[in-house]
Design a protein around this ligand. Structure first.
Ligand SMILES: [Fe+2]
Length: 202
């Protein structure tokens, strides 16, 4: 019995990194937080508050106010693409917003549908709390502890950036700790073949 292996047939690549120019980025984000309003979103109930950037109104474009952070993200997105063997190409932020969680808040299990990459940056997070989780994308894994029991709680902290597939379900358990947790969320779409060579429908 010498020729055997276990292969990860359906692994899910999730990118985690600390930002490089932390102080400058924090300062830039603080400026935007200070002049933003946070409120419950009617579609989500009183679960957690979102900034006014969570909107289809393009004049409320968050990333436009965060040039240093956007530039930093570009390097991480390139690195993530490299790891995925996915040639970097033009992309856009389809939306981006800030989130405020306080004690007792939570987030329903949800995905970001068909966007290419979703991302989150923790501007401020209480230490020693693990309440953000990913659900296994393998349907059957949710039924078995041997396959992670369906949920994984990645360690998260202030200054952490995570990039993950938009289809990966995730949520936040009810927060036990005191304090205000601020994070930035965004969705990214890459230019598609069809965008570059649109089908001629004469
Ligand atoms: Fe989300």
């Amino acid at each position: 019995m010498k020729n055997w292996s276990v292969q990860d047939i359906y692994p899910t690549p999730v990118y985690c990194a600390d930002v490089s120019n932390f102080d400058t980025i924090q300062n830039e984000i603080k400026g935007v937080i200070d002049r933003s309003n946070f409120d419950y979103h009617s579609g989500f109930g009183e679960t957690h508050k979102l900034s006014e950037h969570f909107s289809t109104d393009v004049t409320k474009y968050l990333m436009g106010d965060l040039p240093i952070f956007s530039n930093e993200l570009n390097g991480h997105i390139s690195r993530y693409c490299q790891q995925l063997n996915f040639g970097i190409r033009e992309y856009q932020f389809v939306n981006s917003w800030m989130t405020l969680f306080e004690k007792g808040d939570y987030a329903h299990i949800h995905s970001h549908n068909d966007v290419d990459f979703s991302g989150v940056y923790y501007y401020q997070k209480e230490s020693d709390t693990e309440d953000f989780f990913f659900e296994s994308p393998v349907e059957g894994a949710k039924l078995s502890a041997a396959y992670y029991g369906g949920r994984i709680y990645p360690p998260t902290h202030t200054g952490l950036l995570m990039l993950f597939p938009g289809w990966l379900y995730h949520g936040v358990d009810k927060i036990e700790a005191d304090g205000k947790r601020y994070s930035i969320s965004f969705n990214i779409e890459f230019k598609k073949f069809n965008d570059i060579f649109p089908v001629n429908v004469l």
